[in-house]
Design a protein around this ligand. Sequence first.
Ligand SMILES: [Zn+2]
Length: 400
Amino acid sequence: MRGCSPMTSVVLTVVGKVIEPNKGKTLELNRALEEYLKLVRWYVGFGITSKTKLHELTYEEAKKRFSLNTALIQTARDKAVEILKSFSERKAEGRAKADRPAVKRVSIRLDRRAFKLDKSSTKLTPYWLVVSLRRGVRIALPLAFGSRQKQFIEETLQGLWELDSVELVKRDGVWFAHFKIKKNVVTYGAEEAKTLIGVDLGEWNAVAAAAISRDSPSRPMRGQFWGGQRIRFVRGKYAHIRRSLQRKKRLDLVKRIGSKEGRTVNQMLHEIAKGVVEYAKQFPKPVIVMEDLEGIRDRMSGDNKLLNRRLHSWSFRKLQKYIEYKALLSGIPIVYVKPKNTSRTCHRCGFTVDEVKGREFRCPRCGLRYNRDLNAAINIALALTRGRGWGAVTPPRTPT
Ligand SMILES: [Zn+2]
């Protein structure tokens, strides 16, 4: 029997840099941003969180007061509603004190009606973003993309991705275009999967993955590691450079070094994510099982405070996101679980030890000796079989 094939959409952000905008274009961008910020503030001032209500009440007035393209008037309204909603959430949690949110900066959001992405063989760049920010004014912005981003933009131009919206972002005086692209992918439900791929994120091994067959979960298949050494090396190297620059009070360089480090680590995370998906692909009908980030954080702070500090939780989440979209693009579903004690539990007999010393997990009950990260990865995969009611795993008999 075949199950249904659920559709999931993959959403990615592709960033391009606006290169060499001339004086007129820069002026137009800055003017539009100034007006857009005023408009968002004006909308926030109403304190209304219903888009329809706010629209009915203000649209005609907004058109009179602001010279922005009507499509921008609507995205500014949407932004104001988003800002108000997240503000009231923060307020409910006691994290905001003021009565109204202070809008300090915004980026200009353009929906499909307000921009066009063109390709033409000009000397400067083939990629041009044609935007209409204020009514009756149209400007073409030349864009440059990094190699990975360029690939996605090319695919978008070929119609393989749906172009959803673009945000014009000004950072340190430079303009960027953040494209939101979307694609529907066909995958299968996790309950249909034949192989469960447990993915453990850690520091020693950035990633350890183990596969178990749904039919015989007590016999894990050959796992794989993706080294944390290279990331540690890069982090260590840059930390060293940063310290020496700070001593010399070269804060400008510290910033530049930071973004270079980010790019290098990013590249590594992409390679690891690709490797994990390749690993999963070799098994029949895989599902990738990852640990909920909260779970990881709990475990880290419990295990080792220093480790927690050294590990940036953002790289974890980033890595998970990369694995997620690369897997979905290959038609492999992803499931997040919240298991407990993944690193301290014996995957064979379920016994939980107080502490795992060194790189090997040793079970005092059944005598299992196993790589600690692979043991954790197997437990993550097993969490799915338990959580989904696929039946508890029968542990092998304890040797006497
Ligand atoms: Zn055991």
